[in-house]
Ligand binder design. Structure first.
Ligand code: SF4
Ligand code: SF4
Length: 299
């Protein structure tokens, strides 16, 4: 059951991280207008099941007035409101409060700050300053920490002798291009499930200003500007979706088999194969695999 919607408020970001699922950068285009946010919130309310709204990107703080008004609109409609940011505006502890306070007054309930080496080095970094400011102001907050992938010793529940890739990065989007070199690989035929998304019954979706409803980044359920969210969710048949169908039946390996896609012998993990396989299908399913920019391609 759909319970959360995540606005990709903008694809633009001041960073260009190697692990970014969405290939965001300062050159990325695509930002919601306030009117579009209002339309989507109304659609979310019509579902009757969505309780939470999260604003993320890209970097949502780049469009600060839009963000504040969007948070306020979501809060006033009774949604629980979250925000994911790299916190770059937190140049010092006092100034972190300058932007946190209006967001708090607008009704934000929870802030997630990216605090890792992809975003900033050292103990005194923007995310830590923003976390400290959030605690001071009494806003719920937490850190998202992702490290560059590295081999570590096998842990509990891992096959003896098998190398383990630590760090928490997922190998889709830019990570599939930038972070996979030198990592241990698995036979593609073993990649038989989607480990991270509820493709059959999504509990949350990501939405962009082009109207795409992302089940996983770059896999669209449909377009919000053509069909209301409630109707789309009600009529969603995962088995009939050209990408989610095979992924649900047998993971990325089944996607490759169903469309007889070119492939290597082995990949780092399920997302690595899934992302590269989908990229070869973009021209066949442009309405379901979109937008092209999240595949690292120009429109
Ligand atoms: S991971 Fe976050 S901070 Fe990094 S480029 Fe992507 S959206 Fe920006
Ligand atoms: S396997 Fe594919 S659909 Fe599943 S989480 Fe990874 S990239 Fe997304």
């Amino acid at each position: 059951m759909l319970q959360e919607i995540h606005f990709l408020l903008t694809y633009t970001c001041n960073y260009e991280c190697d692990h970014c699922f969405l290939y965001c950068s300062p050159r990325s285009q695509g930002t919601f207008t306030l009117a579009q946010v209002g339309r989507v919130l109304a659609q979310a309310r019509e579902t009757g099941t969505v309780k939470g709204v999260c604003f993320e990107g890209g970097e949502p703080l780049l469009f600060f007035p839009l963000l504040v008004h969007s948070v306020k609109a979501a809060h006033e409609m009774g949604f629980r409101v979250g925000l994911v940011t790299n916190a770059y505006l937190a140049t010092c502890p006092e100034d972190a409060q300058l932007w946190l306070r209006p967001l708090m007054e607008a009704g934000v309930d929870y802030l997630s700050m990216s605090d890792d080496s992809f975003h900033a080095e050292g103990e005194d970094n923007p995310a830590r300053r923003a976390l400290a400011a959030a605690q001071k102001l009494g806003v719920g907050s937490g850190a998202i920490c992702i490290s560059p992938p590295a081999l570590s010793a096998p842990g509990e529940g891992v096959e003896k002798g098998a190398p383990v890739i630590g760090g928490g990065a997922m190998f889709r989007g830019r990570a599939a291009e930038k972070l996979t070199q030198g990592l241990p690989l698995k036979d593609w035929r073993e990649l038989v499930e989607c480990p991270h998304e509820e493709l059959a019954d999504p509990g949350r979706v990501h939405l962009d200003c082009f109207g795409n409803v992302h089940i996983c980044q770059g896999i669209s359920m449909g377009n919000l500007w053509e069909r209301p969210l409630a109707e789309m969710v009600r009529d969603y048949r995962p088995q009939e979706h050209p990408v989610c169908g095979p992924l649900s039946r047998g993971g990325p390996a089944e996607l490759v088999r169903q469309y007889d896609l070119p492939h290597e012998d082995a990949y780092v993990d399920e997302c690595h194969l899934c992302f590269l396989a989908r990229k070869t299908l973009l021209d066949s399913y442009p309405g379901h695999l979109t937008p092209r920019q999240v595949y690292g391609l120009e429109d």
